[in-house]
Design a protein around this ligand. Sequence first.
Ligand SMILES: C[S@@+](CC[C@H](N)C(=O)[O-])C[C@H]1O[C@@H](n2cnc3c(N)ncnc32)[C@H](O)[C@@H]1O
Length: 325
Amino acid sequence: MLLDPRPGSLTGPSYAQGLTYAQGRRVRSLRTAVTVVVAEVAMTMSPGPLPGVGRTALGVACIRAMESRRADRLFDDPYAQAFVEAGRVLFPELHGSRADSQGREPSGIGALFYPHAVVRTRFYDEFLLSAAAAGCGQVVLLAAGLDARAFRLSWPKGVRVFELDLPEVLRFKQRVLDEQTATPACERTTLAVDLREPWAEDLLAAGFQPSAATVWLAEGLLVYLSYDEASGMLATASELSAPGTQLSFEHASQDGNGLLARARAMPGAGRLTAMWKGGLGGRAPHWLADHGWQCHIQSRSDLAARYGRPLDEPSSGGFLTAKRT
Ligand SMILES: C[S@@+](CC[C@H](N)C(=O)[O-])C[C@H]1O[C@@H](n2cnc3c(N)ncnc32)[C@H](O)[C@@H]1O
């Protein structure tokens, strides 16, 4: 589906409800095209101002910046390019690299992840807005990274968005957003936490209401956690989930042809894949059922076809969405 870039003229099913077209805040000063090579470099560089796993957020921002430049974009993120540019300052070795060139196609592991990441972003945009429209007045982004949804989506009045991530990532994010004089389109709260540790008290202290319906999103996170870490974090979310609450995260294909298996087989991907601990893996649907969630699996291939970006992959991976009744 092609998106008409004019405000108010987006035609997709959930987009009609509220995806703004950059709220007139498109960042025009940062024009340099950056290829997904940046994503690869950001994901694999030695320790610096962002922890290794935090730098993966820069990789996703790079993909969102590229997608936002396309005429047939599935979403528009007007801040993604600013994050990428700020990342280039942190990592000066990117200057003069292929990352400076205009309009190159993604390559390597970036090419593998690009179609997945854009379908994922669009799907979660729709999922979150639909949950908010259905009465989930609290949105919790577990490992928000450089996600700018609090700024770029048109939230129903009164929605509160909580962004949780590691302190270094949130500091970097806020600095860039301040430079862009970004204004949230909701009530936004950031919480610097390590999601492997207890974090419920921090969320409650920040004003989260456990008796109110919430939508939780763990986008691009669980693979970086072990089974026990992912289970612990989701158990905390489950304990804080009132009836009507919704939840979503990726469902990895277990057939050996999935995205993660193919990434592991790629030369040069080792430093990224070494950070993967597997999350709940194929046990996620059972885990959710055991913890009081009604779970549904949404195929990435089906969504991609619906969005007009059919995937050239045999994988059965996709997204889990779950509801608390
Ligand atoms: C691939 S990025 C995804 C970010 C964002 N959800 C998106 O899709 O753009 C993974 C994110 O998980 C965060 N993360 C990984 N482990 C974490 C932990 N233990 N506690 C908090 N955040 C964590 C990283 O800092 C990073 O922002």
